[in-house]
Design a protein around this ligand. Structure first.
Ligand SMILES: Nc1ncnc2c1ncn2[C@@H]1O[C@H](COP(=O)(O)OP(=O)(O)OP(=O)(O)O)[C@@H](O)[C@H]1O
Ligand SMILES: [Mg+2]
Length: 947
């Protein structure tokens, strides 16, 4: 019964169709919904997607549609390229860098993409695709339909997840389909995070619907038999009906399951085809779905005209049908393609894939497409294939590391044992595996490389051992890392050799990660002395940088720390970039030591250099760590937008690497940045991300950082109780013993500010006293200034405005000397308040105006608002009376409550969340000892009158 079901249109599925039209209505309203269709094979997902696309076109919407395919699941970005290729032609509205990103993925764009992209930077491509979607959807709402996602490659899924996480700022309906039980975990993961998701599960048809589908041409008893056999699956129903006698085909399949019966019936259908037709069809199955007749002709080795004739027959038999793009054809169903492919002999497939690869090479086909065929046709020892697969691996490493790992792996399998090229491929293979988040396989590849490395190459072996130890740390197995290093060190005869030094440096790092700063500093100094004697400049630079960091961490002596830092800077500056590339983490150590020692410009410079070198040499682990460190340097320099940009980039990159330790660091720094910018809700959201990554991450150094930055955000969010509790419980108690000594002062200031906000100036003063000792051991100007600034706030809260002014002035001067303009302005903000409280309004106004200008230059928007509020109060000329206990933010909230605004309105006005306003209000009530908004309004009123 040819054409069963074809004429009847869609049977049943009313609810699903309503939901699809509902999604289009939402799109018309400017929303960006997601619809996911799933069900068993053959339940009508593709049919409903087609219906959706037709309806969308009918409304004049733009439609992009792509399909993943079973055999090509290793080809990166296939469904995405399939969907967006036609839009990828006109990229005029994109920035050149984004255009270049897209051209790396869309074929026929003549390249121009930055080659040296790191896997960790592949979000740049994702951003470019989002931008492209926005451009397309700017003219008309866009439906992006992606089918058969159970076969999507990792790179496409990652791009999709990114698009769902960061929706284009234009109406885009994502319509996704996948087979229920075969969905890849990253897809399910992305779907569960989508709040705008409508899930449609396609179940079997009812008996009545099946009757309707089969039509009156099929006699009722036969319809019942078909229903029983197919279980109501529309594809099986129509296939079995096509096959004629159900019993006969079931017999041919050996009484197997329905899918096997259907496959058997398709095989029967194929067996009836003339030889040449079958051959062309098999060549088509090798070529792809959709396929193009010219390529099929080359694979089948028959003239193109002959293929076109055959295609007419195949269309008449409904084995293939025209595809949406002109000049191409599709199989009736993926199951048919698979049956055709599987009906081909192994020898034919091998030869056919080889011819496909050769044909694509002649046509300048993409490396990815060629690699796909080569992988399926090459024989061991095939040098050209090994070269092509390695090349595809190298090219794909940046944007599609999972595919790159596959190709490197394929190339390695073709290499004979003992071939020298194995070693060359293993390290990039391991890198791609790490980038794809497959650390266990990465470790195995590195170990194999280590086994292959000759004994004499001691130093290279030591470096590689260091890499394995690093991977062990990433896997949360520090003991394994240490054991490996100790064992490797024991195997080296000459304890003074460069290899022994290199291993000892790794052990020093190991101490760092274990928060054992003393051991770390000592070990680094030891390596430094040895490396100097050996004349190994890289090792020397690395050890010097780590030793400088160790001196700073210990916080014992300013001259020692300064000398160590100066020495490391000299050594690194003397290294040309290509040598720094061999020890790029030295830039990270030095950068951290430099901003710790308040040499912020030097820190930014060395970190910038490190980022460039790491990027251009593909060392993405260090690249990401350097990005986060650079963000910190920019925070100190008061360049908050830059800090935000770098920490966001680091967060994206860590996310892509699947590295939770790095995600913790990036989000902590972002929290810190956003807190200073005055984006309290953004800061809390980032803190949440940091803390949840922390929950997943294997133990690592800096475990206190996400909690402490969270606490600083909590102080601004009006929850100082929780802020104190978080710091004290997560940073090693009242001694803050988890934090390196030299950095504790900073967090004591946060504790002090929290206690001031809680109305406890004595407790605040006690924290500062503890900090005083630490600052005396390592009297860095900025650290001392932090103490003075906090001291000023304590004095102000204790009604000692003159003392407060003196301390704040001292703080501002200190900050300016160490070039921390944002901190200086914050000190001036305190100074302004102190002067106002001391009755020196004119001077206060002058100071506050200056502070406001500086804060605005730093884009510290929240602090700018604080400065403006203080200035406003000065203009209104007067104190706040009983409201004196309130912070300036609380005063602001109180003032708005008095005007009769609701919490929601206040939240909107101050760009805060409702919860933050509630918290402020609770605190105001507690401080003033009142319990109602009316009482608060009265207090505010009294305050006004008093002025
Ligand atoms: N409700 C329906 N009414 C009419 N025909 C249907 C219906 N559902 C499916 N069909 C037909 O059944 C066949 C299989 O449907 P379709 O290809 O959409 O399934 P699918 O869910 O996409 O399967 P797969 O998971 O294998 O891709 C098609 O020929 C389609 O036209
Ligand atoms: Mg389908």
């Amino acid at each position: 019964v040819p054409g069963v079901g074809e004429q009847v249109g869609i049977v049943g599925r009313d609810a699903e169709l309503r939901a699809l039209h509902g999604a289009l209505d939402a799109l018309a309203r400017g929303e960006s919904p997601t619809v996911v269709l799933h069900g068993e094979p053959g339940t009508g997902k593709t049919l409903l997607l087609r219906e959706l696309r037709d309806a969308a076109r009918g409304r004049g919407y733009a439609v992009a549609s792509g399909t993943a395919t079973e055999l090509e699941r290793s080809v990166p970005f296939r469904p995405v390229v399939d969907a967006l290729e036609e839009f990828g032609q006109d990229l005029g509205g994109l920035a050149p860098a984004q255009r270049a990103e897209l051209s790396a993925v869309f074929p026929g764009h003549g390249g121009g993409a930055r080659g040296g992209i790191l896997p960790a930077e592949r979000y740049l491509l994702h951003d470019a695709v989002r931008r492209l979607l926005e451009l397309v959807a700017a003219d008309a709402p866009l439906v992006l339909a992606l089918d058969d996602l159970q076969w999507a490659d990792e790179a496409s899924l990652e791009l999709l997840a990114h698009t769902m996480r960061r929706r284009p700022r234009a109406p885009v309906l994502l319509a996704l389909a996948h087979r229920s039980r075969e969905a890849p975990p990253p897809l399910l993961d992305a779907l569960t995070r989508d709040d705008a998701l409508t899930e449609l599960e396609l179940r079997p048809l009812s008996p009545d619907e099946a009757d309707e589908l089969l039509g009156p041409g099929v006699p009722a008893p036969r319809r019942r038999a078909l229903y029983a056999e197919s279980g109501g699956n529309p594809f099986y129903l129509t296939e079995l009906a096509r096959a004629g006698d159900v019993a006969a085909t079931a017999g041919a399949a050996g009484g197997g399951t329905v899918p096997r019966t259907v496959a058997a019936s398709i095989r029967c259908e194929l067996a009836r085809l003339p030889e040449c037709t079958r051959l062309a069809l098999q060549a088509a199955a090798v070529s792809g779905d959709p396929f193009e007749p010219g390529l099929v002709a080359e694979i089948a080795e028959v003239p193109r005209d002959r293929v076109l004739e055959v295609l007419d027959d195949l269309q008449a038999l409904e084995l293939v049908r025209p595809a949406e793009s002109p000049g191409r054809f599709r199989f009736r169903h993926p199951i048919v393609r698979r049956a055709v492919y599987e009906s081909s002999g192994d020898g034919f497939l091998l030869a056919a894939h080889a011819r496909a690869a050769a044909a694509l090479a002649r046509r300048d086909g993409s490396l990815a497409a060629r690699a796909h065929h080569v992988e399926r046709s090459a024989l061991p020892g095939d040098d050209a294939a090994i070269e092509l697969l390695s090349e595809a691996g190298r090219t794909g490493a940046g944007r599609a590391p999972a595919a790159a790992a596959r190709w490197f792996g394929a190339a390695l399998r073709l290499l004979p044992d003992g071939d020298g090229r194995r070693l060359e491929l293993l390290v990039p293979y391991a890198t791609a595996l790490a980038a794809a988040g497959r650390v266990d396989e990465c470790r195995a590849a590195l170990i194999e490389a280590l086994d292959l490395l000759p004994e004499q190459l001691e130093l290279a072996r030591a470096r590689l051992t260091g890499l394995v130890a690093g991977v062990d740390h990433m896997r949360g197995e520090p003991e394994a890392a240490r054991a490996l290093l100790v064992r490797a060190l024991a195997e080296i005869e000459d304890g003074d050799s460069a290899a022994a030094c290199a291993l000892r440096l790794e052990l020093a790092l190991d101490h760092w990660l274990a928060n054992d700063w003393r051991e770390m500093a000592g070990a680094a100094r030891g390596v430094l002395a040895h490396a100097r004697a050996l004349g190994d400049r890289q090792l020397e630079a690395e050890a010097a940088a780590l030793a400088a960091l160790g001196e700073y961490y210990l916080g014992r002596s300013l001259p020692d720390a300064e000398a160590a830092l100066a020495e490391a800077r000299l050594l690194l500056d003397a290294l040309p970039d290509h040598e720094l590339a061999g020890c790029v983490r030295a830039a990270l150590f030095l950068g951290q030591a430099a901003f710790g020692m308040e040499q912020h410009d030097a820190a930014a410079a060395v970190l910038r250099r490190g980022i460039d070198v790491a990027r251009s040499t593909g060392q993405e682990y260090w690249f990401v760590a350097l990005l986060s460190a650079r963000a910190v340097a920019e925070i100190w320099r008061g360049r908050l937008p830059l800090a935000q940009e770098h920490s966001e980039a680091a967060a994206e990159a860590s996310h892509l690497l699947g590295n939770d330790q790095m995600l913790v660091a990036a989000h902590s720094v972002l929290t810190w940045t956003l807190t200073l910018r005055g984006d309290v809700d953004g800061a809390l959201a980032s803190a949440e991300a940091a803390r949840s990554a922390f929950g997943r991450a294997p133990a690592s150094a800096l475990g206190w950082l996400p909690h402490c930055t969270f606490a600083a955000a909590l102080v601004e969010a009006g929850d100082p109780d929780r802020a104190s509790a978080v710091i004290l419980s997560q940073a090693g108690g009242e001694d803050l013993s988890a934090i390196e000594p030299s950095f504790r002062v900073h967090w004591y200031e946060v504790l002090a500010r929290a206690d001031l906000a809680r109305g406890r100036p004595e407790e605040a003063a006690a924290w500062l006293e503890r900090a005083e000792e630490l600052a005396a051991a390592l009297p860095l100007e900025g650290r001392v200034a932090e103490l003075r600034r906090a001291g000023a706030e304590v004095a102000l809260a204790s009604a000692l405005p003159e003392d407060a002014a003196a301390l704040a002035r001292e703080a501002a001067d200190g900050f300016r000397r160490c070039r921390q303009p944002l901190d200086a302005a914050r000190a001036e903000l305190v100074l302004g308040r102190a002067l106002a409280a001391a009755g020196e309004e004119r001077e206060a106004t002058r100071v506050l105006l200056g502070a406001r200008e500086q804060l605005a230059a730093c884009h510290a928007d929240g602090l700018v608002r604080d400065a403006e509020r203080e200035l406003g109060e000065l203009r209104e000329d007067g104190g706040a009376g009983e409201l004196a206990a309130l912070t300036s933010r609380e005063l602001e909230v109180a003032g708005l409550v008095a005007t009769g605004m609701t919490n929601r309105e206040i939240a909107a006005r101050l760009v805060l969340s409702d919860r933050t306003v509630e918290r402020h209000l609770a605190r105001i009530f507690a401080k003033l000892g009142i319990g109602s908004r009316a009482a608060l309004a009265a207090a505010v009123e009294r305050g006004r009158v008093a002025r």
